[in-house]
Design a protein around this ligand. Structure first.
Ligand code: NOJ
Ligand code: CA
Length: 551
């Protein structure tokens, strides 16, 4: 019997230390060779995920969508985009994943729908002031003829957050115009999301990732309060901001928790909330979503002091919330970390993308070394870990996508001042040749560069020292060695992190360039060969210590 066959799918605490693999469905594997990843392709690759050793998959949106924002513009929350599959193929996917001991998390997008959602179409067809319009945020404009937007609110993707409709009213969209914001003061909206959560939970979904969890509740009292900027990390922390992280949003999640708890085991959730760290804990409370993403490792530079501070603070927050921490280096919204860590500290990533990755030059070998070291940190920390598809292949950002190929609305909406997020969403390479490197068909929806060949699964499978084999080895060891949520810090040099997990298991990460001594014991895994028993710079090791545990 494999490890996976022993997975207990009824365990209500599974999420606390789960390794969750993020699938961006349109870019994972294409089963019918039309250039777009789909459930058939994903089902075929379940054995790959099982062999990798992850505990759950999180599926970015697969719902019917015009793809104005990569599927985060949802036409129908209770269906599958026909290009990706159907409800029966979704059921097949859940069954195949569960049979392999892999749980399934789906993405819920509650701040906004798409402009093709049935209720938005009804709102447009109905008159100002109607019940249909009340499900969204419609307002008359300012100015003599209502020709000015109702407030100074701005969209995340650039420009005003208001778009005018033919009868003269304006609707709110904190993201693209194709993503109208729901009015969460409307009871029908609240109830409909409960219906959606139950719809997927009834189909066997184990958990939910909640998009823009700090949005939803807004202060819509007249006159609308000024808020002319978008950075939700930089807002007042008393819960009174008109648009983000309002105290009232938590009541919504307490309602969702009651829905999750109707199931056995209770369904889980993780908040995507880009808010000041002190507030993140609120979303993770057990009577709300249960977990909140920690994005601090995404933002941190390759620096021991920064990493240590992030780890200490995040663990502290998780403890306060009664949750467990969530660690991640990459996702579909950020430059891949194999590239980030190969660029000089404090590189402006947006400016770098605009040079197509030419300036400053990326140190590819350094980024790869650090990405190897990073995964041994990620998977050694107490709590759950999120792995973004392709990082196990050591993929870097595809920084030189041609302007004409870009799909991200950021490119257009920023008036071509930001290239956006497509460079981390390029379809995966499975084989070393073929026109789409085994992704499927003749072409992928975003073009893959030639260097993807050396990162293909085929090139790394069974290859000693490959990134894929490092991830597999680390995940296999983690299953054996991580019984609980504690770590104890050990003394180390300023560029080195050294902590011990129960069972005498030491984790040493050398973020400097001087080789560092290791504690006595058996080296279970190292991201780079040791030199004279020392851990080289930009490397990590897991050691089973020979001294008894003291922590
Ligand atoms: C966060 C998602 O991760 C991102 O991809 C999306 O553009 C926004 N939310 C809007 O839904
Ligand atoms: Ca397809």
């Amino acid at each position: 019997m494999s490890e996976r066959e022993r997975t207990d799918l009824t365990d209500p605490t599974w999420w606390r230390d789960a390794v969750v693999y993020q699938v961006y469905p349109r870019s994972f594997a294409d089963g019918n060779a039309d250039g777009i990843g789909d459930f058939a392709g994903l089902i075929d690759r379940i054995p790959y995920l099982e062999r990798l050793g992850i505990d759950a998959v999180w599926l970015s949106p697969f719902y019917p969508s015009a793809l104005a924002d990569g599927g985060y513009d949802v036409d129908d929350y209770r269906d599958v985009d026909p290009r990706i599959g159907s409800l029966p193929t979704f059921d097949d996917l859940v069954a195949a994943a569960h049979a392999a001991g892999i749980r399934v998390i789906v993405d819920i997008v509650p701040n906004h729908s798409s402009d093709r959602h049935e209720w938005f179409r009804a709102a447009l067809a109905a008159a100002p002031g109607s019940a249909e319009r009340d499900r969204y945020v419609f307002r008359d404009g300012l100015g003599e003829h209502g020709e000015l937007p109702p407030s100074d609110w701005v969209s995340h993707f650039g420009g005003s957050a208001w778009t005018r409709v033919p009868d003269g009213q304006w609707y709110l969209h904190l993201f693209a115009p194709e993503q109208p914001d729901w009015n969460w003061e409307n009871d029908e909206v609240r109830e409909d999301f409960h219906v959606t959560l139950r719809f997927w939970a009834d189909r066997g979904v184990d958990g939910f990732r909640v998009d823009v969890a700090h949005g939803l509740a807004k202060d819509l009292g007249e006159p609308l309060r000024s808020h002319p900027h978008v950075n939700s990390m930089d807002i007042e922390i008393d819960g009174t901001n008109p648009l983000f992280d309002r105290d009232d949003v938590h009541e919504i999640y307490r309602g969702w928790r009651r829905v999750f708890d109707e199931y056995d085991p209770p369904r889980t959730a993780v908040a995507e909330a880009w808010v000041p760290t002190s507030r993140r804990v609120l979303y993770a409370k057990p009577d709300e979503l249960g977990q909140a993403f920690e994005f601090d490792l995404v933002k941190a530079e390759w620096d021991a002091a920064q990493f240590r501070e992030v780890i200490v603070d995040s663990l502290d927050r998780a403890r306060t919330a009664g949750a467990s921490s969530t660690w991640t280096f990459s996702n579909h919204d950020v430059v891949r970390h194999a590239s980030r860590f190969g660029l000089p500290a404090r590189t402006d990533l947006n400016a770098w993308l605009l040079t197509d990755g030419a300036e400053p030059a990326e140190d590819v070998a350094l980024g790869a070394r650090r990405a190897r070291a990073a995964v041994l940190l990620l998977l050694a920390l107490p709590g759950s870990a999120y792995v973004y598809q392709g990082e196990e292949l050591g993929l870097r950002e595809v920084a030189d996508l041609a302007r004409d190929d870009l799909e991200d609305p950021i490119w257009l909406r920023s008036q071509h001042t930001e290239k956006g997020r497509d460079g981390c969403r390029v379809p995966l390479p499975w084989t070393t040749d073929g026109s789409s490197f085994g992704f499927g068909g003749d072409g992928a929806h975003l073009p893959q560069p030639g260097w993807f060949a050396e990162h293909a699964v085929e090139a790394q499978d069974g290859t000693e020292g490959s990134m894929l084999e490092l991830y597999r080895a680390a995940l296999a060891l983690r299953h054996r060695l991580l019984p609980d949520q504690d770590l104890v810090w050990r003394d180390s040099g300023p560029d080195v992190l050294h902590f011990e997990r129960p069972g005498g298991w030491h984790v040493v990460v050398n973020l400097g360039s001087t080789p560092a001594p290791l504690p006595a014991g058996e080296v279970l895994l190292a991201s780079a060969p040791l030199a004279d028993g020392l851990l080289p710079g930009d490397a990590s090791a897991w050691i089973r210590g020979s001294d008894p545990v003291t922590g």
